[in-house]
Design a binder for this molecule. Structure first.
Ligand SMILES: NC(=O)c1ccc[n+]([C@@H]2O[C@H](COP(=O)([O-])OP(=O)(O)OC[C@H]3O[C@@H](n4cnc5c(N)ncnc54)[C@H](OP(=O)(O)O)[C@@H]3O)[C@@H](O)[C@H]2O)c1
Length: 264
């Protein structure tokens, strides 16, 4: 794929899971990577594991902190890094009922899964428009299309992300900017371990559906193929994607299924 040769790609949430897999798969395709997340050590390990590791930059950033986003962006400007592709992948899910979930947890889920992507997109977009080329990828979820119990804040944030990216695509496609929303089903990563409970503590468990899911590498590969083809949407995952079909052809049946879903 020539699409990524010598392209500078900023990946958020690159310290683990899907983000790390995207980094490892994009590096051998010739991309220069900017790798962001909170954990400096994990980011450095991902950078070292990428081919042509010297060409990639680790940029520590907490997307829940405005000051941290500004500092990271200012650093990129100082280095005159042209961001030609942005992958908004940093995310955090939830394992708690509405009645158990504090407002601080809702705010954090919105900051990390939605508002940070808006902020970063607005930062890189003017330069992309000037160049008349660029790609914005946002890693949403099937929960950006429909919702299941114990994920009210996560589903709300991913629905917001989907809406924002759909509007953006309509605005910038004619100017040469591609917008891809990736909506995975279950992927075998630490996402359930890192999920927030209602009081903001970590769920800390690998859910069985996550453990049995497709690998982060398969998910990353499907996202990269969709990027190269300039697609608008991609849905990596397994049989849980039947939910999408039900959502389209029988929303009432999907609502019935969701009432029966038991989430631990
Ligand atoms: N795995 C799935 O089944 C699944 C399904 C659908 C969608 N997704 C989406 O895929 C994306 C990647 O998740 P994953 O499955 O790879 O889970 P993961 O292994 O937990 O990775 C999450 C990434 O986001 C980063 N992150 C979390 N909070 C952050 C913050 N405040 N500031 C900066 N970075 C932050 C983490 O890095 P640090 O902790 O180092 O900051 C980590 O690199 C997320 O958007 C998630 O919603 C995952």
């Amino acid at each position: 794929m020539k699409s990524f040769t010598d392209k500078t790609i900023w990946i958020t949430g690159a310290s683990s899971g899907i983000g790390a897999a995207l980094a490892r798969a994009l590096a051998p395709r010739g991309a220069r990577l900017i790798l962001s997340a909170r954990s400096a050590d994990k980011l450095e390990a991902v950078r070292q594991s990428c081919s042509r590791s010297d060409e990639h930059l680790c940029l520590v950033m907490d997307v829940a902190e405005q000051a941290s986003i500004e500092a990271a962006w200012n650093r990129l400007q100082e280095l005159s890094y042209p961001v030609e592709m942005l992958i908004n992948n940093a995310g955090m899910t939830q394992r708690a009922l509405v009645t158990e979930t504090g407002m601080e947890v809702y705010r954090l889920l919105l900051e990390v899964n939605f508002l940070a992507a808006v902020d970063l997109t607005k930062k890189v977009l003017p330069q992309m428009l000037e160049r008349g080329a660029g790609q914005i990828v946002s890693v949403s979820s099937l929960m950006g299309k429909f919702a299941s119990p114990q994920r009210s804040g996560y589903a709300a944030a991913k629905h917001a992300l989907q809406g924002f990216m759909d509007a953006l695509r309509a605005e910038v496609q004619a100017a040469g900017i591609r917008v891809l929303v990736a909506s995975p089903g279950f992927v075998n990563t630490d996402v359930s371990r890192n999920a927030l409970r209602g009081d903001g503590t970590l769920h800390g468990k690998m859910d069985p559906s996550q453990a049995a899911a497709i690998s982060a590498e398969i998910c990353a590969e499907q996202i990269i193929i969709a990027m190269a083809r300039g697609r608008a949407e991609v849905f990596p995952g397994g049989k849980e994607r039947i939910g999408l079909l039900l959502h389209r052809i029988s929303p009432a049946l999907l609502r019935w299924v969701m009432r029966k879903v038991q989430v631990d």
